[in-house]
Design a protein around this ligand. Structure first.
Ligand SMILES: [Zn+2]
Length: 311
């Protein structure tokens, strides 16, 4: 199957009360793992590549790999550029074959955010590509984007109608208490999502797909493997699955999972290298990491997002 946009996926997800997983792939090797995981549970899937990862790998390589992956399966696959701050890079990726781009102007003031979001939307729509923008700040660390927790702010429901209508975007990332990075919440803290804000936004934008970023669950078993073999990530807890399920039953159609993929992939690398110190066949390490990521993706889709069987 050819790569698709998220339009049809989101429409079905909204009506069906589930969400599609957008899994961050920082290296080309991770792409077949995520696709295999989603295919094993017959789920549509979004491959997300951050601006810095796409620049590091080369966006053309990403597109070619995804096109090859799409030929191996019948599940719908969208290729999404995550957190791009450069409108030019969004346009370049749309021209190359990405089917969805996120222009992140959340660090700008409201008018400037509208301006760059509309600029990207106007351009990529003529190529049949969809656009996501962000309103409000999601705290934590993603990539090289650092949002000071002190300035983190929830999305203001009174802004969303004007923002969506003036920009022409296709989906909106909102800030309701999720956080980027591996350190989301300390053990003992009680993560809370502001479902009251989500509900207000949903009422103001009926039928419009919303996106949750920073929604990894940071599973303890994977964090333990990462740390047992030399990693040094602090104990942390992510967003509980039941909260994500509730958001997915509402207007949230896309849930971004980045940290979990990174911790799973590199944790498995660490274990393989530590347990087989004399082995130097790269494929032995990458095979194990691919298998671990595929299993995690399938579990997340089935246990949390609910889009299994929806391909
Ligand atoms: Zn994000």
């Amino acid at each position: 199957m050819a790569l698709v946009t998220t339009k049809e996926m989101f429409k079905k997800a909204y009506e069906g009360g589930y969400a599609i997983g957008a899994f961050n792939t920082d290296s080309l090797d991770i792409i077949p793992a995520v696709v295999a995981g989603a295919a094993s549970v017959n789920a549509p899937v979004i491959i997300a590549v951050s601006e810095s990862a796409a620049r590091a790998v080369g966006p053309g390589y990403v597109v070619s790999t995804l096109q090859a992956a799409a030929k191996t399966t019948d599940i719908p696959i969208a290729l999404h550029l995550d957190h791009a701050r450069s409108p030019e890079f969004c346009k370049e990726c749309a021209d190359l074959g990405f089917t969805s781009v996120m222009i992140d102007g959340s660090f700008l003031d409201f008018e400037k955010n509208i301006e760059i979001s509309k600029d990207v939307a106007d351009y990529v729509h003529t190529r049949g590509v969809v656009v996501e923008s962000e309103l409000g700040a999601i705290t934590g660390v993603e990539d090289d984007i650092v949002v000071d927790e002190k300035y983190g702010a929830f999305t203001r429901p009174q802004d969303v109608v004007e923002f969506v209508s003036r920009t022409g975007i296709d989906s909106l990332a909102i800030a309701i208490g999720t956080a980027h990075g591996a350190y989301k919440f300390k053990p003992g803290e009680n993560p809370q999502l502001r479902f009251d804000i989500l509900e207000e936004i949903q009422e103001k934008l009926p039928g419009f797909p919303l996106v949750l970023h920073g929604a990894s669950s940071v599973p303890k078993d994977r964090l333990d493997i990462f740390n047992k073999y030399g990693g040094q990530l602090p104990e942390a807890i992510g967003i509980p699955g039941e909260m994500l399920r509730k958001a997915a039953s509402m207007a949230v159609c896309k849930v971004n999972v980045g940290t979990d993929i990174r911790v799973c992939w590199l944790g498995e690398f660490r274990r393989q290298l530590a347990e087989q110190p004399s082995k130097y066949e790269v494929v032995k390490v990458t095979d194990a990491a691919r298998k671990a990521v595929a299993e995690m993706v399938a579990a997340r889709i089935t246990n949390v997002l609910g889009c299994n069987g929806k391909a």
